[in-house]
Design a binder for this molecule. Structure first.
Ligand code: ATP
Length: 271
């Protein structure tokens, strides 16, 4: 699948620049700010759309597109921005941000204020599936974004998002299930789940949540002709999630190497 090959190339480049930023004298940089329920990601690209640096932090300052800790959100974005500026030895000015589909004007205003409050010049605000598709370049199919709080479904026709839906159920629910099953605190369960070495053991425990996610997807795509489902969002890092969804829906389901970075990169690429 050519879309995935291209997407994986950009993601690998980005992952390497998180460790080793690429400084280029005189270049103009664009920053994508992804304010998620579980994680805040900043991705920096050059004018040609190549990733040059990135940073992220797990945080509980946004819930499903709604900023619940305004000062906390600004502090984190500012801290990540300062780190990236030191890495690149420049001042980052132009930024874009994304909003989950269905976010109302008030919530998108808060996201805008966080980005501007961290001293960025906000030059673009787009919806998350459109951002993800800047990197995936899907012409026809569905992009399913399984994040912390919600599962978002976007249907694409001729490269454009024609239908979106967003419903509760995501990685947070999985962590709650793990906390219950393993008698761990929520935080311990989160950290346990994020370690790839635990995924094989966790998959059967999380199967009911994945099947619930599959039924949400089924509800929104049942009237569409979908040949391929593309998974993005941090929860899709779970090894084997794609197999359960594919079996449940009977539709080919694929994911990039690191599904968590697709939307943040697409946000930067949108500028
Ligand atoms: P939302 O889209 O609901 O606002 P978000 O944007 O914060 O949330 P993402 O950053 O896409 O969502 O994903 C966060 C979720 O991904 C969290 O539940 C987190 O535990 C989960 N996650 C991150 N890395 C992994 C991993 N390696 N394995 C399993 N789950 C992971």
């Amino acid at each position: 699948n050519q879309e995935l090959i291209n997407c994986n190339r950009v993601i690998s480049q980005f992952e390497s620049t998180i460790q080793h930023p690429v400084r280029m004298a005189g270049s103009e940089y664009f920053t994508g700010v992804d304010l998620g329920t579980a994680c805040i990601v900043l991705s920096v690209m050059d004018r040609d759309g190549n990733p040059v640096a990135g940073a992220y932090q797990y945080a509980n300052v946004v819930r499903d597109g709604m900023v619940v800790d305004y000062i906390g959100a600004i502090d984190i974005v500012r801290k990540l921005k300062t780190k990236l500026e030191a890495d690149l030895q420049t001042t980052l000015v132009k930024a874009a941000a994304a909003i989950p589909p269905g976010t109302n004007e008030l919530d998108s205003g808060a996201i805008k204020n966080v980005v501007q409050g961290a001293d960025f010049d906000l030059v673009n605000l787009l919806d998350e599936p459109t951002a993800a598709n800047q990197i995936l370049q899907v012409k026809n199919g569905a992009i399913v974004d399984i994040g912390g709080g919600t599962t978002g479904i976007a249907i694409l026709k001729d490269g454009r998002v024609i239908k979106v839906a967003d419903e509760a159920t995501g990685g947070t629910h999985m962590s709650l299930v793990i906390a219950g099953a393993y008698k761990k605190s929520f935080q311990e369960a989160e950290e346990y789940k994020r370690q790839d070495k635990h995924h094989k053991e966790l998959l059967p425990v999380l199967k009911p949540v994945i099947e619930k996610v599959s039924s949400i997807i089924a509800k929104y795509i049942s009237n569409e002709k979908i040949d391929v489902i593309y998974l993005v969002g941090g929860t899709c890092c779970l090894a084997g999630i794609e197999t359960i969804i594919e079996q449940k829906l009977g539709i080919m389901t694929v994911k990039p190497n690191n599904p968590m970075f697709v939307t943040p990169l697409g946000i930067a690429a949108s500028i």
